[in-house]
Design a protein around this ligand. Structure first.
Ligand code: 5AD
Ligand code: SF4
Length: 447
């Protein structure tokens, strides 16, 4: 009988994707379990982009400590960004941890387990190579879940060379490295064979895909290459750095019918002074020009963004400029965060920090303004017909189906039959909610 592995994942989509890779890597010896109590191996795949998720790691690990008393052969490991950041320190703080594998180290999980089983000594692997190429890892059969997947993530590049002054990512994920296009195509083809209709190409900065490598396509060309795969209907991608958003990419988005009409374009702040101190390398005017170009080329495009409030030295007037940008760009949705001080970063040394209560106030204000804008935008869908790729049942009710528009808005809808998972259907939008739309099925466009 196979042993069991439980993986708890924190953080971004790339971490979710890394977790899937670990499950696959372990699949000849371990099968996944959703219950840590019955696991022989527990892994916590961690995030350190802000302080809060980093702290969660320690409380999460503490939760499993007692399980070792009942089952001494239980192996506990910490993987990902916090493992990379803390290395040996984790073993000092949490002596019951057996494996510490960083953002490249987790690919060697099987070797690490072997070493640990032999030596019974903690294994720490946090080397970060600048020319690291993640191996091609394919799921042979539906192993992680027996449910047919309609959408999937594919990592196309890792790491970041931008060094925004607040951000820990370049330190814990290392230098930008792009995966070979043939590996990406192979991975997407395999997913499509298993029923996937939509892929999201992942990277910290997808716009600079391939630029450091000889003979690689650029990101716009990669999108066209992926779109040639028959049976794949939709392509999304995230994240784009505004400074690297090229005219070529906008053209491909406008012309290639498989590329979805949504872009996540992190603004971070609306004041040029703050943007400069963040080392973002664009002004709000340059950012807005790109938004205009996108909207001229793709009139129905939806934008989403990331906002940081209370960056050191952000004065009330600077913050007002962030609110002005929200009104001007009119994003579908935003992800907003209070500035969180991170080790290694340049901003950590800035001494004009903003008090916590002020950050809290600004965050609330951002939420308020955006909630109104999202509501207005979602209301404008009411009465319209949209194309929805059905992902399964609605989270709220097994009587409703759920899917997304090309603009990445969640739609829950009534349909005469419920076996439409994986179909592209037309839906009439009847109602707008806070974070989703509601509608009724009109017809099936593709199965
Ligand atoms: N504090 C707050 N938010 C941060 N982000 C990255 N670093 C920090 C930090 N130190 C946010 C940015 C980024 C998103 C993934 O996380 O908005 O786009
Ligand atoms: Fe962090 Fe900036 Fe790189 Fe994004 S682009 S991962 S915010 S350093």
């Amino acid at each position: 009988m196979k042993k069991r592995v439980y993986i708890k994942t924190f953080g971004c989509q790339m971490n979710e994707n890394d977790t899937e890779k670990m499950y696959i890597l372990l699949s000849d010896e371990y099968e996944p379990t959703l219950n840590p109590e019955e696991a022989d191996l527990i892994l916590i795949n961690t995030c350190s982009v802000r302080e809060k998720p980093q702290h969660k790691v320690y409380s999460e690990a503490g939760r499993y400590k007692h399980l070792k008393k009942k089952k001494p052969e239980l192996i506990i490991g910490i993987t990902g960004c916090v493992a990379q950041q803390e290395g040996e320190n984790i073993i000092k703080k949490l002596p019951y941890v057996d494996l510490v594998l960083g953002t490249q180290g987790f690919y060697f999980i099987k070797e690490a387990l072997k070493t640990f089983t032999k030596t019974k000594k903690p294994v720490v692997f946090t080397e970060l190579k600048s020319d690291f190429k993640p191996p091609l890892i394919l799921e042979e059969k539906n192993f992680i879940s027996s449910d047919k997947k309609i959408t999937a993530f594919v990592t196309i590049m890792q790491g970041c060379d931008n060094f925004c002054s607040y951000c820990i990512v370049p330190y814990v994920r290392g230098r930008e490295t792009s995966r070979p296009p043939e590996d990406i195509l192979k991975e997407v083809e395999e997913l499509v064979k298993k029923g996937v209709r939509e892929v999201t190409l992942l990277g910290q900065n997808v716009n600079s895909y391939g630029l450091k490598e000889k003979g690689y396509p650029d990101f716009a060309e990669l999108l066209n290459m992926v779109s040639q795969i028959e049976g794949l209907w939709r392509i999304r991608f995230t994240t784009s750095h505004p400074k690297d958003l090229s005219d070529r990419l906008i053209k491909v988005m406008a012309e290639n019918p498989k590329v979805c009409h949504h872009i996540h374009l992190p603004l971070q702040a609306g004041s040029n002074k703050v943007l400069k101190r963040m080392n973002r390398k664009y002004t709000k005017e340059e950012y807005f020009k790109k938004v205009k170009k996108l909207r001229d080329a793709i009139p129905d495009i939806a934008l989403t963004t990331d906002i940081i409030v209370g960056f050191p030295g952000e004065e009330k007037e600077d913050f007002e400029e962030t609110l002005e940008m929200l009104e001007k760009v009119r994003y579908h949705e935003i992800f907003s965060f209070k500035y969180s001080e991170r080790p290694f970063t340049v901003a950590q040394k800035f001494n004009d920090k903003i008090p916590e209560e002020e950050k809290e106030k600004r965050l609330k204000k951002v939420h308020e303004v955006q909630a109104r804008i999202t509501k207005e935008i979602y209301n404008s869908y009411v009465g319209k017909e949209v194309e929805v790729l059905v992902e399964g049942f609605s989270a709220k009710s097994k009587e409703l189906l759920m899917g997304r528009t090309t603009t990445n808005v969640i739609v829950n809808f009534k349909a005469p039959r419920l076996d439409l998972k994986g179909a592209l259907v037309r839906v009439l939008i009847e109602e707008a909610g806070k974070h989703s739309l509601k509608g009724k099925y009109l017809e099936t466009l593709k199965t």
